[in-house]
Design a protein around this ligand. Sequence first.
Ligand code: XMP
Length: 316
Amino acid sequence: MEVVTMDCKKFVEEQISQIKQTVGDATAINALSGGVDSSLVTVLGHRALAEQLKTVFVDNALMRQGEPQRVVNTFADMGIPVELVDAREEFLSALAGLTDPEEKRQAVTNTFYEKVFGRLVRESGAKFLLHGTILTDIEETIAGIKRQHNILAQLGIDPEEAYGYSVLEPLKTLRKDGVREVCEFLELPAEISQRIPFPGPALATRIVGEVTRQRLDTVRAATEIVEEELKDSGAFQYMAVLLNDRATGIRDNKREFGQIIVVRCIESTDARTATATELPWDKLQRICERIINEIEDVNRCLYDLTPKPPATVEYI
Ligand code: XMP
């Protein structure tokens, strides 16, 4: 225990001094998603640079209920100002009409990097970007599992042309468990260090078919119920998914053709493989009842028993 604490202390001190030294009197910018990696970068960056670092949180319309404001408030409570940028329209219009999973993912990525964050970086005049790349991201990039993580290229910035732009990746020697350990060492709130995994393209990965405002409202409401009911389950990850299909039902003696929500809850250590959690039957029944009664137009709720592989965790 002693050793771990010492390592974390050394890591934090070294990174803070490295960031300070590199940035000097200049200014830096970073995007906070609320995930554990970008949260830790934000905390380290602010300890090193204080008001020389501008942190933005981009509301992409795909977040969970109240999430943008909740993340901003969590950081405000730690004395770290975060600018909330409303880019909902840009993301929704980029997603309009798309049903192919890869096209949807690409639209979210491009809108973030090329349009919204790219613009914020240029407008800020910052010459340094702080990014939450971790060792696993680099390994997966090299192995060809992930698209390249060269953030400058993703932002459409040519490092040679835009001489002076630099990216700092203070977490690049850590894996996810190391990131969590440093968060705990820094006594960051559990909602940061213990946050369950949530994908970058957010609720877009939990809507099969087109992402619209209305369909987002449906999956957001179901997500709220599932997260509330399973927060003490100890499971690795849990979610609600909206299918792109309808099923016949009957309510108040009237036939209806309603929407279908899938509940997924998994056991895993690294999300590379996963099995469905054996949830108690009464818990499943309660979730089902709440979903079909509290969400308009949903008349079926299914529990996904599929392991990964062959299924992935997310639905797109
Ligand atoms: P899959 O669906 O690939 O998910 O089995 C494995 C783990 O990764 C998360 N995930 C993502 N995380 N950006 C992320 O930051 C993404 O595009 C993304 N896609 C999936 C997923 O939630 C699960 O924990």
